[in-house]
Design a protein around this ligand. Structure first.
Ligand code: FES
Length: 108
Protein backbone atom coordinates (compact mmCIF):
# COMPACT_ATOMS: atom_id res chain seq x y z
CA UNK A 1 0.00 0.00 0.00
CA UNK A 2 2.94 2.32 0.67
CA UNK A 3 3.10 5.40 2.86
CA UNK A 4 -0.25 6.84 3.93
CA UNK A 5 -0.68 10.16 5.71
CA UNK A 6 -1.91 9.38 9.19
CA UNK A 7 -1.60 12.50 11.33
CA UNK A 8 0.10 15.84 11.83
CA UNK A 9 3.06 16.06 14.17
CA UNK A 10 1.09 18.56 16.26
CA UNK A 11 -1.51 15.83 16.91
CA UNK A 12 0.94 13.77 18.99
CA UNK A 13 3.11 15.60 21.56
CA UNK A 14 6.32 13.97 22.73
CA UNK A 15 5.59 11.21 25.25
CA UNK A 16 2.03 10.67 24.05
CA UNK A 17 0.15 8.30 21.76
CA UNK A 18 -3.02 8.35 19.65
CA UNK A 19 -4.99 5.72 17.83
CA UNK A 20 -5.98 5.99 14.19
CA UNK A 21 -7.86 3.82 11.76
CA UNK A 22 -5.91 3.79 8.53
CA UNK A 23 -7.31 1.84 5.61
CA UNK A 24 -9.38 -0.12 8.09
CA UNK A 25 -6.39 -1.02 10.27
CA UNK A 26 -6.12 0.10 13.90
CA UNK A 27 -2.77 1.88 14.24
CA UNK A 28 -1.17 3.35 17.36
CA UNK A 29 1.15 6.26 16.67
CA UNK A 30 3.37 7.49 19.45
CA UNK A 31 6.12 10.03 19.90
CA UNK A 32 9.08 8.89 21.96
CA UNK A 33 12.01 11.27 22.47
CA UNK A 34 10.94 13.35 19.48
CA UNK A 35 10.62 10.46 17.04
CA UNK A 36 7.38 8.96 15.74
CA UNK A 37 6.51 5.27 15.74
CA UNK A 38 3.55 3.24 14.50
CA UNK A 39 2.45 -0.19 15.68
CA UNK A 40 -0.76 -2.18 15.55
CA UNK A 41 -3.37 -0.57 17.77
CA UNK A 42 -4.91 -3.77 19.13
CA UNK A 43 -3.37 -6.09 21.68
CA UNK A 44 -2.49 -9.51 20.30
CA UNK A 45 -4.01 -11.21 23.35
CA UNK A 46 -7.71 -10.36 23.14
CA UNK A 47 -7.77 -7.16 21.14
CA UNK A 48 -7.51 -4.57 23.90
CA UNK A 49 -7.26 -1.03 22.54
CA UNK A 50 -3.69 -0.03 23.34
CA UNK A 51 -4.43 3.71 23.06
CA UNK A 52 -6.63 3.32 26.15
CA UNK A 53 -3.70 1.83 28.08
CA UNK A 54 -0.87 3.60 29.83
CA UNK A 55 2.26 4.82 28.07
CA UNK A 56 5.37 4.85 30.24
CA UNK A 57 8.41 5.92 28.23
CA UNK A 58 8.34 3.64 25.22
CA UNK A 59 6.24 0.91 26.87
CA UNK A 60 2.48 0.76 26.48
CA UNK A 61 0.39 -1.43 28.78
CA UNK A 62 -2.79 -3.01 27.51
CA UNK A 63 -5.81 -1.76 29.47
CA UNK A 64 -7.39 -5.23 29.60
CA UNK A 65 -4.85 -7.63 31.13
CA UNK A 66 -1.67 -5.61 31.26
CA UNK A 67 0.43 -7.05 28.43
CA UNK A 68 3.23 -4.60 27.69
CA UNK A 69 4.59 -3.67 24.27
CA UNK A 70 7.51 -1.56 23.09
CA UNK A 71 5.96 1.17 20.91
CA UNK A 72 9.21 1.55 18.95
CA UNK A 73 9.35 -2.09 17.80
CA UNK A 74 5.99 -3.73 18.58
CA UNK A 75 7.79 -6.29 20.73
CA UNK A 76 5.82 -7.85 23.57
CA UNK A 77 7.86 -7.13 26.71
CA UNK A 78 5.60 -9.05 29.08
CA UNK A 79 2.44 -11.01 28.51
CA UNK A 80 -1.04 -10.71 29.96
CA UNK A 81 -1.69 -11.51 33.57
CA UNK A 82 -5.08 -12.83 34.61
CA UNK A 83 -5.26 -13.31 38.35
CA UNK A 84 -2.11 -15.24 39.24
CA UNK A 85 -1.74 -16.68 35.74
CA UNK A 86 0.89 -15.21 33.46
CA UNK A 87 0.31 -15.78 29.76
CA UNK A 88 2.25 -15.13 26.59
CA UNK A 89 1.16 -13.23 23.55
CA UNK A 90 2.66 -12.23 20.22
CA UNK A 91 4.31 -9.00 19.20
CA UNK A 92 2.14 -6.39 17.50
CA UNK A 93 3.11 -5.37 13.97
CA UNK A 94 5.41 -2.39 13.61
CA UNK A 95 5.18 -0.05 10.62
CA UNK A 96 7.78 2.21 9.05
CA UNK A 97 7.15 5.92 9.64
CA UNK A 98 8.42 9.02 7.90
CA UNK A 99 7.71 12.68 8.56
CA UNK A 100 7.39 15.18 5.71
CA UNK A 101 6.31 18.79 6.22
CA UNK A 102 4.89 17.96 9.68
CA UNK A 103 2.88 15.12 8.20
CA UNK A 104 3.32 11.67 9.76
CA UNK A 105 3.16 8.97 7.11
CA UNK A 106 2.92 5.27 7.84
CA UNK A 107 3.98 2.50 5.47
CA UNK A 108 1.16 -0.04 5.50
S1 FES B 1 -6.33 -8.00 25.70
FE1 FES B 1 -4.40 -7.09 26.06
S2 FES B 1 -3.60 -8.17 27.71
FE2 FES B 1 -5.47 -9.15 27.31
Amino acid sequence: MGFVEAARTTDIPDGEMRSFSIAGKPILISCFEGKYYAIGGRCTHMGGELAKGKLDGKIVSCPRHGARFDVTTGECISGPKIGMIKLKTNNVPAYEVKVEDNSIKVNL
